[in-house]
Design a protein around this ligand. Structure first.
Ligand SMILES: [Zn+2]
Ligand SMILES: [Zn+2]
Length: 193
């Protein structure tokens, strides 16, 4: 279970150790453990569980620019038919820490990076940043395939495998077609909400 006994907590980088002169930059690869994500009540599991995140740090007169990049797959049930699904997510997040903020009593959204802490605001919680950035980069829906037909709302049959009997049963096919059209229009104008 133990991944070693390093001094700093896992996924935390002390920016002081980079010893950046103004105008200089540094690149560090940080192993970051990722948590499961819950989406619509379903668990989605990052694969691999630990990614090598690339951290770019650039120092300027006004502060420190931060960029975090990594790619991971996320696996879990298709949101329409529940079949095992996977999607690849490329995360590219940026943040900024203004200089001269070591003594500030309250964090300022525009000036302070929320993942920095410690007495000099120089300890970067890369793991927390990576978790939030991954959650933000998730697609609107995770599907087994783009045109997944989903499950029948009435009988639960997997409509990817074969059409179910429900339509013949009671619903006039013309109404079913209309419903399908409505759903497609709904998807097309999603943000009318
Ligand atoms: Zn599906
Ligand atoms: Zn059915």
């Amino acid at each position: 279970m133990s991944e070693g006994h390093r001094g700093a907590p896992e996924g935390v980088v002390d920016l002081r150790r980079l010893d950046l002169a103004p105008g200089a930059g540094a690149r560090v690869d940080v192993p970051v453990p990722l948590d499961d994500i819950t989406l619509g009540g379903q668990p989605y599991v990052p694969d691999p569980r630990v990614v090598d995140a690339r951290l770019d740090v650039g120092s300027s007169g006004s502060g420190i620019g931060l960029r975090l990049r990594f790619t991971t797959a996320v696996t879990g049930p298709c949101q329409r038919c529940l079949a095992p699904s996977s999607c690849t997510i490329a995360v590219d997040a940026r943040d900024f820490q203004a200089s001269g903020r070591a003594d500030a009593h309250e964090a300022d959204d525009d000036l302070d990076c929320e993942y920095l802490s410690g007495p000099m605001r120089m300890e970067l919680d890369v793991a927390a940043w990576a978790r939030d950035a991954l959650a933000e980069a998730l697609p609107m829906s995770i599907l087994c395939r783009e045109d997944c037909a989903g499950l029948c709302a009435r009988c639960g049959a997997d409509l990817n495998a074969s059409p179910c009997e429900c339509v013949d049963d009671e619903v006039d096919p013309r109404w079913a077609a209309l419903g399908e059209l409505k759903e497609r229009l709904g998807e097309a104008t999603d943000d009318d909400g």
